[in-house]
Write a protein that binds this ligand. Structure first.
Ligand SMILES: [Zn+2]
Length: 270
C-alpha cells in the first residue's frame, strides 16, 4: 500500500503538492489505477484495486504509473537490475509473507477505502466475487444437477468421486468447463445440433463428411482429426509418465484409444 503510506507521510509533513511514480508489475492493475478501466467484481483483485483507486483519488499529490516487469531475478543477476526491478522483487517477498499472515489470521477491522465485505457461512468472499459466490452456492446441489444434466443412472452417479470432480472443475479455466458441460449435455455446436437449431442444412462433419453428432467429435477418423488425436495422445502419454504408475498409464491410454476407435476397451492390455 505504497499510496497509503505516502499519503500519511504527506499529512504528517504537510506536503500538499508533488508527484510520485508508482511501479506496478501487472499491466491490468496499471491500466485500472492510472487509466480508463473501471474495477469489475469479476477480477481476482477487485477489492484491492478499488482501494488503490480510493487512496489515489484522496492523495494531495499527483501519481504516475510505470510498468515494471516482475520476477526479473529469475533470469538475471541482482547486480544487473535497476532500482525498479530490485524494488519489485523486495515488495514481492514482503507481499508473500503478508499473504501468509493474512490467510492464517482473522481479517482485521475494515480498512479505509475498503468498499464492503461479503461473508458466507462465516468465511469471507473476496477477489472474483461472482465466480466465488456461484461456486459456493452451487456446491451443495452440484452432484444432483449433474445427474440430471448428464442423464446418469443411480449406479453411475454413486461411482463418481464428487470431491475430485469439484477439484478438477475448479482448476480448469471457465471456457474449458463451459465446453465440457455443453459437450457432456450433448448441446455443443456439432452439425446435428446446428441443423436442429436451423443454423445449418447439412449434418455432415466438415472434416470427413460423416454425420457429425456429439460422439463424432472424438471418433472422427479424418486426416485432420487423426493428426490432432495423435498429437494430444503423445502429450497425455508424457503427462501420465510423469504423474502416475505404469499400470494406470496403460489403463488410461487404452480407455482413450478405444473411445477414439469406437470400440470396447481391451481389458488384457491393462
Ligand atoms: Zn468427421
Amino acid at each position: 500500500m505504497a499510496i497509503t503510506v505516502t499519503n500519511e507521510l504527506c499529512k504528517k509533513y504537510n506536503v500538499t503538492t508533488g508527484k510520485c511514480t508508482l511501479g506496478v508489475d501487472n499491466k491490468g492493475a496499471l491500466a485500472t489505477t492510472f487509466g480508463w478501466r473501471r474495477p469489475n467484481p469479476r477480477w481476482a483483485s477487485y477489492d484491492l484495486v478499488g482501494m488503490i483507486r480510493y487512496h489515489k483519488a484522496k492523495s494531495p499529490i499527483s501519481w504516475a504509473g510505470k510498468h515494471v516487469k516482475g520476477h526479473q531475478d529469475d533470469n538475471a543477476d541482482l547486480q544487473d537490475l535497476d532500482e525498479w526491478a530490485l524494488g519489485n522483487i523486495a515488495v514481492d517477498k514482503e507481499a508473500d509473507m503478508e499473504m501468509n499472515r493474512f490467510r492464517e489470521a482473522e481479517p482485521g477491522p475494515m480498512m479505509e477505502g475498503e468498499s464492503w465485505r461479503l461473508r458466507m457461512d462465516d468465511t469471507p468472499i473476496a477477489g472474483n466475487i461472482e465466480r466465488t459466490l456461484k461456486h459456493r452456492l452451487g456446491l451443495k446441489s452440484m452432484p444432483t444437477r449433474w445427474k440430471t444434466l448428464l442423464n446418469l443412472s443411480d449406479d453411475q452417479w454413486r461411482t463418481i468421486d464428487w470431491e475430485v470432480f469439484t477439484k478438477t472443475h475448479d482448476i480448469l479455466p471457465d471456457w474449458k468447463n463451459i465446453w465440457m458441460t455443453k459437450h457432456n449435455a450433448r448441446l455443443g455446436p456439432v452439425m446435428t445440433n446446428m441443423v436442429r437449431r436451423r443454423h445449418a442444412t447439412d449434418e455432415g462433419c466438415p472434416n470427413c463428411g460423416m454425420r457429425e453428432d456429439t460422439d463424432h467429435i472424438f471418433t472422427c477418423r479424418s486426416t485432420v482429426s487423426e493428426a490432432i488425436f495423435r498429437r494430444q495422445k503423445e502429450i497425455l502419454k508424457l503427462h501420465l509418465q510423469d504423474t502416475t504408475s505404469k499400470q494406470m498409464q496403460l489403463i488410461i491410454m487404452e480407455l482413450v484409444i478405444s473411445f477414439h476407435e469406437a470400440r470396447e476397451p481391451n481389458k488384457n492390455k491393462s
